[in-house]
Ligand binder design. Structure first.
Ligand code: GDP
Length: 197
């Protein structure tokens, strides 16, 4: 699935700009600076797929990438960036809500969380929304290289406990580091399994 180049399909800033539904979609969401671009690039082996952000909060659109016609990877705009105004946040919420509500081929949202910091209000907000629409999401811890192994495992357990009672949360958390190449196989396997279903 990840051997060859993936193709940019479309970018949507508004609901009207969403591409037609095709194969299964897996979305990647996370706060600005969580390491989403780095992880997506590491997964696909493509440097230009999602540019490592210089200006967090700037790319407020959904980006669709086709992985050889079997899976579409959706890069969701980074949420929870403190410096964007209220109207921008409202725009973001509207786009995301409209997208997850009507998207029958959206199988799972991978919610990226910094291994050191855990959930922030904007993450909780997104989880509330996904629970409301019964849309499966799975937490992926990023930047695992920044935390000692013992603390990493303790955090994983804590993060898992915190979402235990959430109906749409997947009962397994993935641990990754784009920098150290940790956990990439597990994420790829998860996507491949979802694509094959
Ligand atoms: P995005 O805004 O979520 O797309 O985040 P980026 O991928 O642009 O990364 C934000 C910052 O975190 C950059 O300075 C990256 O170099 C750094 N970063 C990303 N992934 C890792 C990682 O696995 N380990 C470490 N130590 N830093 C990372």
């Amino acid at each position: 699935l990840f051997q060859r180049e993936c193709q940019f399909v479309a970018g949507a800033m508004k609901l009207e700009q969403l591409p037609p539904m095709g194969p299964i979609e897996i979305a990647f969401a996370g706060r600005s600076n969580v390491g989403k671009s780095s992880l997506v690039n590491a997964l696909t082996g493509r440097k230009t797929l999602a540019r490592v952000s210089q200006n967090p909060g700037r790319t407020q659109q959904l980006n669709f990438f086709d992985l050889h016609g079997t899976l579409v990877l959706v890069d969701m705009p980074g949420h929870g960036y403190a410096k964007v105004g209220k109207s921008k946040v409202a725009e973001w919420s509207q786009l995301i809500e409209g997208y997850v509500r009507g998207r029958a081929n959206l199988r799972r949202v991978m919610l990226l969380i910094d291994s050191r910091h855990g959930y922030k209000d904007s993450d909780i907000h997104l989880m509330d929304l996904l629970d409301r629409f019964a849309l499966s999401y799975q937490v992926v811890m990023t930047k695992a290289d920044t935390v000692k192994p013992k603390e990493l495992e303790a955090n994983r357990q804590k993060f898992l406990d915190q979402i235990k009672r959430r109906p749409a949360a997947h009962p397994e958390i993935l641990v990754t580091s784009a920098e150290a190449g940790v956990g990439l196989t597990e994420v790829r396997d998860t996507l491949a399994t979802l694509a094959a279903q």
